[in-house]
Design a protein around this ligand. Structure first.
Ligand SMILES: [Zn+2]
Length: 265
């Protein structure tokens, strides 16, 4: 784990990259900040987490780090020990953690709950949606540390790396680390309601777009040609044929659209 800091004093803000080793976009954003060392108005901690997995370009070495929190210093797995180490490092920091997916090119944010912090900050980020995981947060970083996760785009793409850079700067501006103003926009908010499981098969297909409503009767996915049809309306989130081993992704409900409050002058 690589830990660095911009500015002096004890940071209350952290930017985290490389929780998953096959998602290099955030690492580039952090590296760039460390190269450029922009003047900061409050200190920020910068962390590149799973260096062993990044080196091998794999999601993890022993187990998924973002299901391993809170971890244990004596854990048998690399990620179990790393989870504990990261939590000690992030204690007291509002954390921004970058990921990328195989499911959706446009950036969106994932939060544990619709806290005041999330509701205030996320509309200032260049994201298309905010997803609240509520019941599906177990073992994730934000179950232990106040965290805004962002999905920056498609894994390994140049666009995801550029998005990671823009997202990091917007976050650091919104929390007053970097000087300047952010732009707020309308932000649809979704809550995960169900896991969409998949049976073991040779080929998987997904027929729907993430964040586009699926109507009852619509076919939405298939495993070896065996098609799943929607019983209830839902919004697909993080759905992809091969992104995860046991699930296609998640079903969500749309719960709100946050609008920027008019500027007071
Ligand atoms: Zn990830």
């Amino acid at each position: 784990m690589r830990v660095a800091q911009l500015g002096s004093g004890t940071p209350e803000i952290a930017v985290v990259a490389g929780v998953h080793g096959d998602e290099p976009c955030g690492v580039r954003a952090v590296t760039r900040l460390l190269d450029e060392r922009p003047p900061v108005e409050r200190p920020v901690k910068l962390v590149v987490v799973n260096e062993a997995a990044l080196e091998r370009q794999v999601r993890f070495v022993d187990e998924d780090l973002n299901r391993a929190f809170p971890g244990d210093p004596d854990a048998e797995t690399h990620e179990g020990r790393l989870a504990h180490e990261l939590i000690e490092e992030l204690e007291g920091c509002l954390t921004f953690s970058m990921h990328s997916t195989q499911s959706h090119a446009e950036p969106f944010a994932i939060v544990n709950e619709l806290s005041e912090t999330a509701t205030e900050l996320v509309p200032q980020l260049p994201v298309a949606a905010m997803v609240e995981t509520s019941n599906f947060a177990e073992g994730r970083l934000f179950s232990e540390i106040e965290t805004i996760e962002v999905e920056c785009g498609l894994q390994g793409s140049e666009t995801a790396a550029q998005n990671a850079d823009r997202l990091t700067r917007a976050f650091l501006t919104a929390v007053g680390v970097l000087p300047g103003d952010t732009v707020s926009r309308d932000l649809p908010v979704y809550r995960l309601t169900d896991v969409i499981r998949k049976e073991r098969a040779d080929t998987y297909e997904v027929f729907v777009e993430n964040f586009a409503e699926v109507e009852p009767g619509d076919p939405f996915a298939a495993a070896d040609g065996d098609t799943q049809v929607a019983q209830e309306p839902f919004y697909p989130v993080l759905m992809s044929p091969n992104g995860y081993r046991n699930v296609f992704g998640y079903a969500a409900e749309k719960i709100d659209v946050l609008s920027p409050s008019p500027a007071a002058d």
